[in-house]
Design a protein around this ligand. Structure first.
Ligand code: 4AD
Ligand code: MG
Length: 474
């Protein structure tokens, strides 16, 4: 359907051609002599209106009620100019075939259903306009991500999903254990098959890797190893966090884009993050017009203007210290009190971009070292590190990044201060031993980008199958 109706004249150039459309019935309206069927194939938001009279081959299937909302059909007909005001063209049906009937219990009938309800129907929700549009925009953002980095000479690196290290040091990892195959008999629960010590604890020495292994929280440390050999690299893959947060911005499984730039400092990092965000947003505005108009009308009024500003205007930059001053001056009462040294909460982040800077993305830099990860480069003041977060309206923190500590002695001291074991970072320390370079990078949460670009309020609706505390079906 996108192929037929996606051109500048919305299909008029193909009038007179015999075409085939295959998709799912959105609605069916049978009038005395004529039947209208709206078909959607997911290629775009638009349906193809199929108009059929009783001469059409397969008309008996309309009469017998085989064609209903949700059924899959195959239609052949001639494209004609439409009499209706909603579309320029429609298909005058010669032949129709029901490929798969739809049981009347189909839960996604025409009436509007809540997004909460649709989360319990994650297998069927892509059949709705909203989730179809989110899936296409998500796809466009992924494509534009690779395009941006490839055009700028970055090499894509696959970072491992199973790892022994905790990049962020926040202890929010999922553990990987293995089942002993011999004990997987019918009446055994899989839990019984986890190797255990006499005390009932997991016996890591007998486990697959011989020591504890986790799902990665970030591909950054692995990315650094390739950046210090291939210069500019990026990862784009799933990451996992066992945070028990029930918010509209957190998932237990999310996709992260993590570029790492060699011979680069924090300013280069911020410039890259800005150029990247502007590039992908521009790509979506130019290539997903129909879906963006839909979001603009139904999901977030004014989103197109807001995103156009993002592409055209400079982002605000301020230091953490300046941000704290600004929050202390604010008239708004915050739930979490503000003082120098505190971690910025979502309410603070949103206040800064939404109230103080009128929806403009804001990059905050030079955070206190105590609230940031071990690998960030210490600034000359001894109190702060070369970190940056990019905040955007509605979402809050979209990007977190930093210049990395490239000096061996500083990094070793920091590991000691934080009581992290130097031995488990031996390979990471080696990078500082053998031809260290200033380098910097950032991580962007892909689902937060989808939220930002579509206006979808809840992150659970920005990924096909959300993983959150207590929910891992499908
Ligand atoms: O700020 P974070 O924790 O930074 C890192 O992981 C660095 N290692 C990145 C780097 O420098 N290479 O996470 C980066 C981004 C956040 O800004 C946020 O957009 C997203 O990842 N994020 C989440 N998205 C969804 N659900 C969660 N639970 C998230 N936690 C972080
Ligand atoms: Mg962060």
């Amino acid at each position: 359907i996108a192929d037929i109706k996606g051109g500048p004249d919305e299909g008029l150039n193909r009038v007179g051609q015999t075409l085939v459309v295959a998709g799912w019935v959105r609605t069916l309206r049978a009038q005395s002599s004529i039947t209208f069927i709206e078909v959607n194939d997911g290629s775009c938001l638009s349906n193809m209106q199929c108009v059929m009279d009783s001469d059409a081959e397969g008309y008996d299937q309309v009469e017998s009620g085989l064609i209903s909302t949700g059924a899959s059909i195959w239609v052949q007909g001639v494209l004609v100019t439409s009499q209706g005001s909603k579309q320029k063209v429609e298909l005058k049906v010669d032949k129709i075939v029901v490929v798969g009937q739809c049981d009347p219990s189909f839960p996604i009938q025409k009436k509007r259903v809540s997004r909460e309800f649709l989360r319990s129907k994650a297998h069927l929700r892509p059949r709705t306009n909203t989730f179809g549009a989110v899936a296409r925009v998500r796809n466009a953002l992924a494509y534009a991500t690779h395009k941006f980095f490839q055009e700028n000479g970055f090499v894509w690196i696959s970072s491992p999903i199973i790892t022994a290290s905790d990049c962020e040091g926040a202890g929010e990892q999922f553990c990987v254990t293995t089942l002993i195959p011999s004990s997987q008999e019918a009446d055994h629960s899989p839990v019984d098959a986890i190797p255990k010590t006499e005390d009932g604890l997991v016996d890591w020495s007998q486990d697959f890797f011989g020591k504890p292994a986790f799902l990665t929280v970030s591909g950054q440390l692995n990315g650094e190893t390739y950046a210090t050999a291939l210069s500019d690299v990026y990862t784009f893959g799933p990451t996992f966090r066992a945070e028990n947060s029930h918010t509209s911005r957190h998932l237990a499984e999310f996709w992260m884009i993590e570029p790492e730039l060699a011979f680069a400092d924090l300013n280069d990092d911020m410039a890259c993050a800005t150029a990247y965000l502007q590039y992908v947003v521009r790509h979506v505005l130019e290539n997903c017009k129909e879906d963006m108009d839909f979001f603009n009308t139904w999901i977030e009024k004014g989103i197109i203007d807001r995103l156009t500003d993002v592409v055209e205007k400079d982002f605000v930059q301020l230091t953490y210290t300046e941000a704290i001053k600004l929050l202390l001056r604010a008239k708004k009462k915050f739930e979490f009190p503000v003082k120098w040294g505190c971690d910025l909460q979502s309410e603070h982040e949103r206040y800064i971009t939404e109230q103080e800077f009128n929806g403009c993305p804001v990059i905050i830099r030079d955070y206190p070292k105590e609230i940031k990860a071990f690998y960030m480069r210490q600034n000359d003041d001894g109190n702060t590190v070369a970190a940056m977060d990019m905040l955007v309206p509605r979402v809050g923190e979209l990007i977190g990044g930093s210049q990395r500590e490239d000096r061996l002695d500083y990094l070793e001291n920091r590991l000691d201060e934080l009581k992290l074991n130097r031995d488990s970072y031996w390979w990471y320390l080696d990078l500082r031993r053998y031809g260290s370079v200033p380098h910097a990078g950032f991580g962007l949460g892909f689902e937060r980008l989808v939220q930002f670009a579509t206006g979808i309020e809840n992150i659970r609706d920005a990924i096909p199958f959300p993983r959150t505390p207590g929910s891992a079906e499908f």
